[in-house]
Design a protein around this ligand. Sequence first.
Ligand SMILES: Cc1cc2nc3c(=O)[nH]c(=O)nc-3n(C[C@H](O)[C@H](O)[C@H](O)COP(=O)(O)OP(=O)(O)OC[C@H]3O[C@@H](n4cnc5c(N)ncnc54)[C@H](O)[C@@H]3O)c2cc1C
Length: 402
Amino acid sequence: MNANEAAVVIAGGGIVGLTLACLLAEERRLREAGIIVLEPREPQPPAAETGLRVSAISPRSQAILSDCGAWQGLPPERLGPYQRMCVWRDGGPGGAQRIRFDAAEQGLPVLGHIVENELLRWALWQRAADAGVGLRAGCELLNALIEPEQAAITTADGERLGARLLVAADGARSRLRQLAGLPWRYRSYRQRGLVTVVSSERWHEQCAWQRFLPGGPLALLPLADGRSSIVWSVPDAQADALLDGGPEALGEALTAASERVLGRLSVAGEAQAFPLAAGHAPAYVSERLALVGDAAHQVHPLAGQGVNLGLADAAALAGVLRAHAQLPAADPGDRRVLRRYERARKADNLLTLGTMDLFHRVFGGGPALAGAGGIGLAIADRVPALKRRLAAQALGSRGLVR
Ligand SMILES: Cc1cc2nc3c(=O)[nH]c(=O)nc-3n(C[C@H](O)[C@H](O)[C@H](O)COP(=O)(O)OP(=O)(O)OC[C@H]3O[C@@H](n4cnc5c(N)ncnc54)[C@H](O)[C@@H]3O)c2cc1C
């Protein structure tokens, strides 16, 4: 095999692109024909301090990460399991305007794990290297030319690579999607997701707490070391004021906004804020190109579903390509084959995107329906079928809906 020729070139070594690479490498024919990942940001070995960015990994995503051998590479002492989710609006989590989900109620050992993004990326990178994936660190896709028989890309360093299939796993602002001319429907929430780590007076009880506030939801996600990871969606101007105020003022604001659910909160390190938006590509595939993860869809983080949807994309695309690779003269870039992946994923992604958008408008940030939010939570908590559907959505498993 020529080192500059591959069956599949994946632009983007984020969590989704690396998972796809690991899953594809399980199939000998694809591995031998070459799988290459281009990534500008090389993952770093685990740092002693907890990372700022974390993801709530659902049981279905855990299964995908176990299948590709990466979950086993995560340090167990850094995984924050949660058995409960408690979502409320006003009057505290014990009040009338709340909904609670319990692992035992869903017949599961846990509802999920809070995992540091950089730890997961490191475990996936190691696994991909062991599995024979060609990892190009510090390498950025600059240009792409898609022709009937082959796709060619150029990197920022001037290197040229040829592939039967290009995969855009390069995030919501995907350069590859833009180069291929695939449309992108986008709407800014005019909010930012403020993230930080806090220590609290009371233990988090392995519960993911979330309060819907008029400006946006505040989540307190339980970390393995007893602290909590914060994701607070706030209007742009409020994000600036909170960051400018310093750690002490931010801790006080978080304590008040959380209605002291864990007592007083103290900010333990730095804080950052990320712009929030909804985006969707009407087409996930074209000849010799597939979009996965945030390159195909961007959702509001209020239910922590972005990575989970992306991992489901990776599993679906890998499943289609691995099955197709068994055929003589298989061509992974064949649009008819890629369409199977699109059909498998689009409805699920659109459903989650629509549900998160509705939640955003009803429960936080969208004044039009805000009054209905508290009543909605109380009703959902008392209607078992509705509650099961919401739990299935949150757990990334429609199979849980009975
Ligand atoms: C505040 C916040 C909290 C969130 N919390 C959660 C959560 O709890 N659970 C959850 O499931 N989701 C969560 N999300 C969403 C989640 O972060 C994203 O859905 C997820 O990171 C998408 O993964 P990805 O691999 O598709 O894209 P990305 O993580 O964006 O990775 C894209 C990769 O492509 C690389 N790249 C970019 N350009 C190029 C190029 N030209 N060439 C090559 N490579 C390139 C980048 O360096 C990057 O590594 C949250 C999002 C925000 C903003």
